[in-house]
Design a protein around this ligand. Sequence first.
Ligand code: TRP
Length: 476
Amino acid sequence: MVVTTASDGTTPRDGWSSRSAFVLAAVGAAVGLGNLVRFPAEAANNGGGAFVLFYVACIVLIGLPVLLSETLIGRHGQASAVESMKRLAAESNASKWWGGIAGLGVAAAFMILAFYCVIGGWVLYYIGLFAADIVQSGISGGALTGMSAEDIKAIFPDLLNNGFTMSVLDVAFVVITVMFVARGVSGGIEKASVWLMPAFFMLLLGITIYGAFTGAFSEAVGYLFTFDASKLTGPVMLAAVGQAFFSLSLGVAGMMTYGSYVGRDVNLAKTSATIAFADTSVALIAGLCIFPIVLAAGLSSDGGLGLMFDTLPHAFQSMPFGTLIGLAFFVMVGFAALTSSISLMEVPTAWAIDKFGLRRAPTAISIAVAAAVLGILSAYSFNALSGFHPLGFIPLFEGEGIFSALDSVTAKLFMPIGALLVSIFVGWIAERRLIDNENGLSGGLHRFWLFLVRWLCPLALTGILIVGIFPSLLPA
Ligand code: TRP
């Protein structure tokens, strides 16, 4: 176990064993279903190139400054997110209530964890589907041989109707996640990232190259990168910023928590830039991986979860080695989802360890049980509980079942509020000296970052929050 000393100088604390371990773990947290499912689907729904360009701008100008702010708060505090915020607030003579921002984040991370593992369970289902197909019909043909288009079309809706199967798979995904989290930062979380992330990158590149040769690559490039300014409407911009925050795992104390395990010698500005660069590259490559396959099969590239769980299986059916590629694809998605769910589980786990002074393993297991319960309820919200709308009394969340309410409330409220308060805290409240010593920036870059954190991020995030709550304010 690698031990760093907490800022009170006494308590030994587990931490990343090297800078590259931190980078891999943070990239693992950032790269997930958001890059592979949401980004391509959102790009498809929102007019391709215009969305993509605006997304990249959001990552650089709003996401990256907040990412640096979050890791900086964690690294300074060397404690769970809430405790780190409190420490920095105390040293800046600010109210300890600032710790509450991180508290909101901890709650949000838990909610995301619950529905995220349900999707993780679906990924396990598709891995099983393609693995069974290989056993049955070998690897040389297309996927899902003998199934008619209607049969394939029915796979995903049938799964969504089957609350029991989804629950079992959800629990399986939670169990895999907690096996790493329970073993600690250097002994578990880091190990997962160090093995799974390189494997993920190889699979992603392999499948993308395969798609480039067998699929409609140039069509896909045109689709993703042709910039049409007329498509850059209010809702498209809102979707792009929301996606940028989700993808970088911001606003819910995740990067604060991971940042708290980083040694004092690491340059956070450089590291944050590396993380953002890797995350964005994966999203773009995921687009270049998925669209050639979908477009070559002549399928519509309309978005939503159906892109991955309905459209792609159709596409794999008619491709050479489709079964093998399908299996590789869902294994790759599973790896990315796992390193993200690990980071989501670590946030409430670290908080509870700090707060109640408990040991890690029982704490992680308790969080896992709670997440599984909420996950099972979410799984049933597609079928037996579909009439139950937990936040139905709020117009914004009208008609949403448990699964989609968890997604919406975190994306529309918790994440923008969390990120907004982080930027205000770092930009205006925290003692300058503490921030300036930590961020690894100097000169013009430092001034530019400060400008972004003080002005652009708070303004943009306030705007996002308002139009997220009152969508009718957006010009269409
Ligand atoms: N960023 C991950 C993705 O793109 C999801 C995720 C992991 C996340 N940890 C998070 C989102 C913390 C918000 C906060 O799939």
